[in-house]
Structures are given as structure tokens and as C-alpha cells.
Write a protein that binds this ligand. Structure first.
Ligand SMILES: *Cc1c(COP(=O)(O)O)cnc(C)c1O
Length: 410
């Protein structure tokens, strides 16, 4: 089996004797029962060859962990109750008072809020870096730096950073890297071995790869879950201890929902990608739009980095990208007019998150989201992010067109 699409379906899961079905059973437990006191005492909760307590895993969550580890190209996986919990668990496992963490300025917002909230209160400092300037990251790594977060592309602004270069700088300085791979979903590129197909370089990526399974792996907009994948045994154990002490286990029903959606993810991802590129290409040409922010388009920030990493090999010449893009409205439109455009949309619903069948839209105020000192956001107009669902493309385009019509008359 050399294709992920196959590996996500075929798995050496063993059903109970006499029963065989495409999907695994749902094993629910807080309590796990031991046959005798000796077995209870001998049981090491860290070993995955048996079961100890629901928090440490059941056959259902172990199976999902194995599948996600396969998806990301890692060896170990921990499941947590949300994507944000995956970020938090990594921070809490690896950082202590006096340490410093570096985050890209365009990182997923709540991860930055955690740094400015609890982590700061606990004596852990953080700095933002410009992900498009490796020299800026290089200059900010100091003796206290213990963890560097990577993310591709940036949240909302969608600029694709030179990931391999950023990871290499950290490796040379002996600093652990964690990649938020929610956008790539383990499909657009491999977070541990950057590069595609022939050009994959083993170990050139991050040490830890997290994902919000809430997005494409769930695929329904109805489950919250996160994953933390590693290759290194010691690093995995360190995070696993924090995961246990913090009580971050997930329920079997939620795990089963993701297991059910996972086999169709490669198909869904390509469908979202294709539809988003069609709509982005069309919308980007409209006179109301000053800039299209989609890494697969020429002229979008970091397009060449996306192309180098996410095309060729399994991704094909067209490359792979998530069904997500932003546009910056021309500065002649006020934030209130852009809000009215979003309100006028009927099929695109107003809501956070992405990865489900329903198309979503959110207008953003970047001034509140970015460091003024770093100057990573220079656009003057209002950005709007679209998550393209699985509705008919013609209907989505007609919806955008009628809402743009309202903008003209507003
Ligand atoms: C959604 C998201 C998260 C957080 O996931 P939740 O499950 O909503 O907590 C983290 N990172 C990125 C890039 C995301 O898009």
C-alpha cells in the first residue's frame, strides 16, 4: 500500500470473532475492567498493548490514533478534545517558567491568545516572528527559546512561508518545532518530510505535527478534536505525560465520527480544492477585489513556496490546496459595506471553522490581529475569508454575484 487514500481505508483492525464489517466498533469506557489485582498492578498505562482507563484510550481511539499517525507520516499520535487543545498540550508539555516560545505573526489567533494569557502568567514568554522572513526568525531565536511554531499558510492572510527553511534554522539551533498542519491535513504535504514525491527530504520538517481534526478529517462541522503526532519516542512520551496529567482524552463516539469520515477525506479535499480554485479565480478578477489570497495563484504571497512543497508526486502537477481562500476588498469599500456583502450571502453562512460540506464566510479586522511592529499585513482594504463547501459551484458563484450586486448599490 503506497497511497494514503488506500491506507485510510485498509487497516489491520481485528473485529470480534465471527464478525466482519467495513467500520470498527465503538468501544466506550471510562472504567476498564481487570481480571484480577495482579493484572491491575502490572498494567502500565503508557503501553498500548492493553487498556487501563478510558482517558488513556480504548480500541476506538487507538485505531484513530494509528490512522492519523499514518496520515501525517509519524509514529505516535495523541488525540485531544480540540485543535486548540493540541496546541495547548504541546505548549504545556514542553515549556516551563523562564522559557520562550516563538510564533508566526499570522498564526491561528487563539494560540497567540494562550501565549499572552496563561503562558505569560506562568512566566513563559513569547515573541512573534515574520514567517516570510527566515532571517527574522533566525534573529529572534535566543538561549531561552524552547519551541517554535510553524503554520502554513497563515491564518486568514494565507501567505505560504518557506517552511523547510524555517524548520532548518530551528534544527540548526537545536530548537523543537511544532507545525499546525490543519490546512494541509496530511494530504497537501508531509509535515515531517518537506517536499513531495521524489523531492521529499526525510526529517527536513517539524518535530511535532498537530492538526485540528475538527476540519477536514471530521468533514462535517459537527465534531471538535485535535491530534498531536510525533516520530521521536522521548518527545512523544513527554507530551503523553502532560496529556495524561491534564486529562485530555476524547470520547469514543466522537472518535468514531472521525473514523467514518476519514476514508473519504482525500476525495473531499480535492473537491473542496477544485471548487475553491474556480471560485477564487473568478472572484479575484472582479473589480471589487484588490487582492486574491490563495497560495495556488500566481501573485499570491508565498505562491512559489506552496508550489515547491505542494505540487508534484501524489499531489500531481496541479498541486493540492485546501478549499480556503481570502480576498481583500478594494479600499473604497468601508468595513460596514463589506459586512453588508457578507450579510447578503445566502449559501455562504457566517461562521468560524471550515472543512465541512457547508460554505462559510467571515470578514476580518486585521489591525487587531497583527503586530504593527512586524508589519506583516500591509493591505488597506477589508479581508474576507471563504471556506468553500461541497455545494454546486454554479450556485455558489451566483450567490457571490448577487451579494456583489448589493455591494454596488449599497
Ligand atoms: C480550527 C483551527 C485550530 C483549532 O481547532 P479547534 O478544534 O477549533 O480548536 C487550530 N489551528 C488551525 C489552523 C485551525 O484552523
Amino acid at each position: 500500500m503506497s497511497h494514503l487514500a488506500t491506507e485510510l481505508i485498509h487497516h489491520p483492525y481485528t473485529p470480534p470473532p465471527g464478525f466482519s464489517a467495513p467500520q470498527p466498533g465503538v468501544f466506550k469506557a471510562s472504567t476498564v475492567i481487570f481480571p484480577n489485582v495482579a493484572a491491575l498492578r502490572a498494567r502500565n498505562w503508557k503501553d498500548k498493548d492493553g487498556y487501563t482507563y478510558g482517558l488513556h484510550g480504548t480500541p476506538t481511539t487507538f485505531l484513530l490514533e494509528e490512522k492519523i499517525a499514518t496520515l501525517e507520516g509519524g509514529r505516535h499520535c495523541l488525540l485531544v478534545p480540540s485543535g486548540l487543545a493540541a496546541i495547548a498540550a504541546v505548549d504545556m508539555a514542553l515549556l516551563s517558567a523562564g522559557d520562550e516560545m516563538l510564533l508566526p505573526d499570522n498564526a491561528y489567533g487563539p494560540g497567540k491568545a494562550l501565549a499572552e494569557g496563561e503562558l505569560k502568567n506562568w512566566g513563559i514568554t513569547s515573541q512573534l516572528y515574520d514567517p516570510m522572513k527566515p532571517a527574522d526568525l533566525q534573529a529572534r531565536i535566543g538561549p531561552k527559546t524552547r519551541l517554535v511554531w510553524l503554520e502554513a499558510p497563515g491564518s486568514v492572510s494565507m501567505e505560504f512561508p518557506p517552511l523547510a527553511h524555517l524548520a532548518q534554522i530551528c534544527r540548526e539551533r537545536g530548537v523543537i518545532t511544532a507545525l499546525d498542519n490543519t490546512w494541509g491535513a496530511g494530504l497537501a504535504f508531509n509535515g515531517f518530510d518537506l517536499g513531495q514525491g521524489e523531492r521529499r527530504v526525510a526529517g527536513s520538517g517539524a518535530d511535532i505535527v498537530i492538526q485540528a481534526l475538527t476540519k477536514y478529517p471530521s468533514g462535517g462541522g459537527d465534531v471538535l478534536m485535535g491530534s498531536i503526532v510525533t516520530r521521536d519516542d522521548a518527545l512523544h512520551l513527554k507530551i503523553k505525560l502532560a496529556h495524561m496529567r491534564l486529562g485530555l482524552g476524547v470520547g469514543a463516539n466522537d472518535a468514531e465520527t472521525v473514523l467514518r469520515s476519514l476514508p473519504s477525506m482525500p476525495l473531499r479535499y480535492r473537491a473542496h480544492d477544485k471548487a475553491a480554485r474556480e471560485l477564487a479565480g473568478w472572484l479575484g478578477q472582479r473589480p471589487e477585489i484588490a487582492q486574491l489570497l490563495h497560495p495556488a495563484f500566481e501573485g499570491a504571497p508565498g505562491h512559489q513556496h506552496w508550489k515547491a512543497l505542494c505540487s508534484g508526486g501524489n499531489a500531481g502537477d496541479e498541486g493540492l490546496a485546501a478549499g480556503l481562500f481570502s480576498v481583500v476588498f478594494h479600499e473604497r469599500y468601508s468595513p460596514a459595506q463589506v459586512d453588508a456583502f457578507c450579510d447578503a450571502l445566502r449559501l455562504f453562512k457566517l461562521g468560524f471553522s471550515w472543512g465541512g460540506p457547508l460554505s462559510l464566510v467571515v470578514p476580518y479586522d486585521m489591525q487587531t490581529m497583527r503586530s504593527a511592529a512586524l508589519g506583516t499585513w500591509t493591505q488597506r482594504g477589508v479581508p474576507v475569508r471563504f471556506s468553500v463547501g461541497l455545494e454546486a459551484l454554479e450556485d455558489l458563484r451566483a450567490d457571490l454575484e448577487q451579494a456583489l450586486g448589493r455591494l454596488a448599490s449599497a
